[in-house]
Design a protein around this ligand. Sequence first.
Ligand SMILES: C[S@@+](CC[C@H](N)C(=O)[O-])C[C@H]1O[C@@H](n2cnc3c(N)ncnc32)[C@H](O)[C@@H]1O
Length: 549
Amino acid sequence: NQSALSDTPLEFIVEYLLKAKEIADRNASVPEELRCNLQKALDIASGLDMYLERMSSPESEPLAELFKKTVSHEWNKVYEDGKTMFRLPKECITGHVEGQFLKMLVHMSKARKVLEIGMFTGYGALSMAEALPEDGQLIACEIEPYLKDFVQPVFDKSPHGKKITVKVGSAMESLKEFARAGEQFDMVFIDADKNNYLSYYTFLLDNNLLRMDGVLCVDNALFKGTVYLNDTTDQNGLTLREFNQFVASDPRVEQVVIPLRDGVTIIRRVPYSPEMDAQNTVTYDEVFRGVQGKTILSRLRLDGKVAYVTGAGQGIGRAFAHALGEAGAKVAIVDMDKGKAERVTQELGLKGISSMALAADISKPEDVEKMIDSIISKWGAVHIACNNAGINMNSASEDTSLSEWDQTFNVNLRGAFMCCQAAGRVMLKQGYGKIINTASMASLIVPHPQKQLAYNTSKAGVVKLTQTLGTEWIDRGVRVNCISPGIVDTPLIHSESLEPLLQRWLSDIPAGRLAQVTDLQAAVVYLASEASDYMTGHNLVIEGGQSLW
Ligand SMILES: C[S@@+](CC[C@H](N)C(=O)[O-])C[C@H]1O[C@@H](n2cnc3c(N)ncnc32)[C@H](O)[C@@H]1O
């Protein structure tokens, strides 16, 4: 029985067109032209949902299982057996396309914490959870205890199920609990009892349960078309109509209604503007509205910037390249070993980051010139220069050969100087640039027990190079800073000679562990971004406290 299934405006349109077509087919006096037009309307309407299904990304296996399990379950019997408080219609499941839509919203809003009001069999919850990061969290409010037991086995089969917590009970009571605990959500999906939509909405906004720039999504905005039909008597339809009207005239928010299935409204808080504030209670300065209207996290973004990283084929340099690329920059991957540089370029490509691989030995002036020329000829600028390549050889000072000293200095200090100078010349012409040199904790303390005079001295030189250039060029827009990592867990330190020193090092580090390359990534993004424009000649030490002991 088709009418029992119709649940969305489109499904009703198809249902009525089918009926009209049947009548027309039975009645010989209906003109062929009318029949033909009816058929065309029917083709368009009846093909739409199927086409959306086919062209949207397929659902995961656990979602497909949830769908099957839901539509084949005997909900009437469950109700008659007293296992649920309400008769739950299987049609209230979100389904494939809307599930993918919610999942996309979670991705696009970069939500980490989501609230769903009205879980049913968890289709929407699991769809959204699939887009959350590993440590993301989704709380699904559901009044029927039966449903928690129904969904848990399927959640357990999905790698994303552990992100979901089902909160059984009245959603309004749960909201009050969240407010008392000071919880906030990045995204909220309202899809429970229609008569409470307005209470949920006002409570969420009044108690700041939705974080700044958060997304509020509301299901059934069209309620089978009843929200705009003149002859509506359906109580839920009238309630939704009132709710939509309330949102439409609420000056705190802006919203769009999308005719996806039974209608979805996406709502966000309107950003503050002085015109909204009659009493002028706000100091409307850059602190309030952000520098150039950008919040602090957007000021860390590097979109449109051109960067290079030397020694980017592995270890710290590779981590820097990924970080700068993730923040929006195009990155030239520079390494002595072209193959390694190319592998990192491929990695970045897989993440949608533009990059190029360059082979260069930065101890050679001609290689440094060529590196800068290649970047300029491809991308037309150099905004961010990460002079990271370095070498370390160990020897007792009385045995350190001049060749070891020269090699170390040629890469670590002379090479860094040549890179700073070549990039600096371009940046001074541009009137803007950020140079970030990799120094070392060894510029401050004398790491022990390994002996590395040339390395320590060269890295102390990198700090002085940074300080001098940083003060000389800042008034022409070029900032020069350096990062001093402590002992970093890279393949280099797992060599035969260094491995035995590990325990000794660990006992010298207040943090109790070595640095991971990922511990350094935020620093390079900060120093590369406009957020650090007033910082120059600085040595940013990241060593788990080791230099303080
Ligand atoms: C439309 S279904 C939700 C569909 C679900 N979002 C999905 O993705 O399939 C509505 C659900 O809200 C639940 N519900 C109704 N009133 C509620 C309330 N006051 N508190 C919590 N849940 C409620 C119902 O038991 C039902 O499972």
